[in-house]
Write a protein that binds this ligand. Structure first.
Ligand code: ADP
Length: 474
């Protein structure tokens, strides 16, 4: 099968979060399984672009409203990622340093999608599946069905994967003129609550919709940032497929980002050496249990309660544990976390920013990984941490619920709590500190977690089965 993944992110080309990790791995595993999976994404100004060789495969022209835009499609020559990678260059619009966060993101991603469909519509053959990811690419299922110029792609099945339904790409109806001439009788397929809502449009128009865990799909019928009724209505075509992790990149035995490698037998020693490095670098105490947090410092991740959790833990449990936070996000949270450094010097530190190397060291060197997420569609951090023998301390939600069993339950290995509140998380930290004081159980849990199978094999096969089903419906 030939599968075209269309995405705003793809690791290691450009990554802002889990979407990048998934699109960097799933196509690779699909290719290993004998399919032809390709990735198309915008051409940003990233290191990966400048460090590699590219060939031009297509040049085209699109219109978006009253704008005429030239686009170029380039392909990475060496097949470094294990799949064909295509970048779409639209001068002045896509070629920025960051993936998101610009005032004209609507225009950028709409133009990107038009260019992708325009390019595919000019191929001599049709792909078997167009697989789009999140709202930045979710207008494509509508475009291939209802834009007059692309109607010969109407029978190509489209699959939308929702990695995060909080962001939906809303735009006012005045921007409907951006979409190439379309059947206006179908306006209802673009609309949600009097706006054009690309994510809702993707859910309505894609042949199948997947979310990145089962529990997240269930939760979205109750809470989906305004789309609850749509998830309820479309539930027949939605399914949850848990993300995998790229076990070639995320492996404590060979991880190129860490210095001290370890496998199952050497887990205690390996983790200790990595912890020593962290403690040296961040002035922490090697003898106390170390809690890490990695992620966007936003409400979704529960980052705003971290300062309260850290100070309450020191107050109620005592200075018996250490914390290290890595992330960036809301300026107020960043400022609060920074200002706490002087109050808890020696037991707490923070690195504000994005740092891939440090993230790997934290997974390897910490004893516990904190995830007080309010929303967690799948969550990759807990899977990485378990692979590195680090106990996840997670809120009972979304993908965290689907991947972490509490140590108090049969065959459990993690710590789960119910609410994203300072009290609940502090209690979970207290439980973790108790666990840490029992080295035999810690060792046993580490061994068990490291053997859990979160590889892409299983999830990739579920996607293939889904594609086969939709192709049968053609
Ligand atoms: P998200 O909702 O942000 O996509 P996921 O758990 O799906 O969350 O994926 C998060 C990914 O981003 C993980 O690979 C994690 O290690 C990485 N990550 C998040 N923040 C940072 C950071 N500040 N520095 C390095 N890596 C980060």
């Amino acid at each position: 099968m030939e599968i075209i993944h269309v995405s705003a992110e793809c690791y290691p080309v450009a990554k802002a979060g889990g979407l990048g990790d998934v699109v960097g791995a799933l196509p690779k595993y699909q290719n290993m399984d004998g399919h032809i999976a390709k990735v198309v994404m915008p051409m940003y100004r990233t290191k990966f672009l400048y460090n590699n060789q590219w060939e031009v495969v297509h040049k085209g022209h699109i219109t978006m409203g009253s704008w005429g835009l030239d686009y170029t499609v380039i392909r990475e020559e060496a097949n470094l990622l294990g799949f064909d990678l295509f970048l779409i260059d639209i001068n002045g619009l896509l070629d920025r340093e960051k993936v998101y966060g610009y005032d004209d993101d609507t225009e950028r991603f709409t133009a990107f999608q038009i260019a992708v469909v325009d390019w595919i519509s000019q191929w001599n053959h049709r792909p078997d599946i167009i697989h789009v990811h999140d709202h930045h690419t979710a207008l494509i299922p509508f475009m291939v069905r209802h834009c007059y110029a692309y109607q010969h792609l109407q029978n190509v099945p489209t699959v939308l994967t929702i990695h995060n339904a909080q962001y939906q790409g809303w735009m006012g109806w005045e921007k409907s003129r951006y979409i190439p001439a379309w059947d206006t009788w179908k306006w209802g397929l673009l609309d949600w609550k009097n706006n054009i809502n690309p994510l809702a449009c993707g859910i309505k128009n894609a042949w199948k919709v997947t979310t990145v865990s089962w529990s997240y799909l269930e939760e979205m019928r109750q809470s989906a940032n305004g789309l609850e009724a749509l998830f309820e209505y479309e539930r027949g075509k939605c399914i949850g497929i848990l993300n995998g992790i790229d076990t070639e990149v995320w492996d404590p035995v060979s991880d190129s980002y860490i210095q001290h490698h370890y496998g199952l037998e050497k887990v205690q020693d390996g983790k200790k050496k990595n912890k020593e490095l962290i403690c040296e670098q961040f002035n922490l105490d090697i003898n106390k249990p170390l809690f890490g947090f990695i992620g966007r410092l936003v409400g979704e991740k529960g980052a705003d309660i971290l300062p309260g959790v850290i100070s309450d833990s020191f107050y109620h449990i005592g200075r018996t544990m250490n914390f290290l936070v890595l992330g960036s996000g809301f300026p107020e949270v960043e400022a609060q976390l920074n200002s706490m450094k002087s109050l808890a010097w020696g037991d707490y530190n923070v690195y504000i920013g994005y740092n891939e190397t440090l993230s790997h060291l934290i997974y390897a060197g910490c004893d516990f990984l904190l995830m007080p997420s309010r929303v967690e569609p799948c969550g990759l951090n807990q899977m990485y941490s378990m692979r590195y023998g680090t106990v996840p301390v997670v809120r009972d939600t979304g993908g965290l619920r689907d991947t972490v069993i509490d140590v108090g339950d049969a065959n459990g290995y993690g710590i789960r709590f119910t609410n994203a509140t300072v009290g609940d998380v502090t209690h979970a930290i207290w439980r973790s500190v108790q666990l840490y004081q029992d080295p035999d159980t810690m060792f046993d849990i580490r061994q068990r977690m490291m053997q859990l199978d979160f590889s892409w094999e299983t999830s990739m096969k579920q996607y293939i089965k889904l594609y086969e089903e939709v192709r049968g419906e053609k």
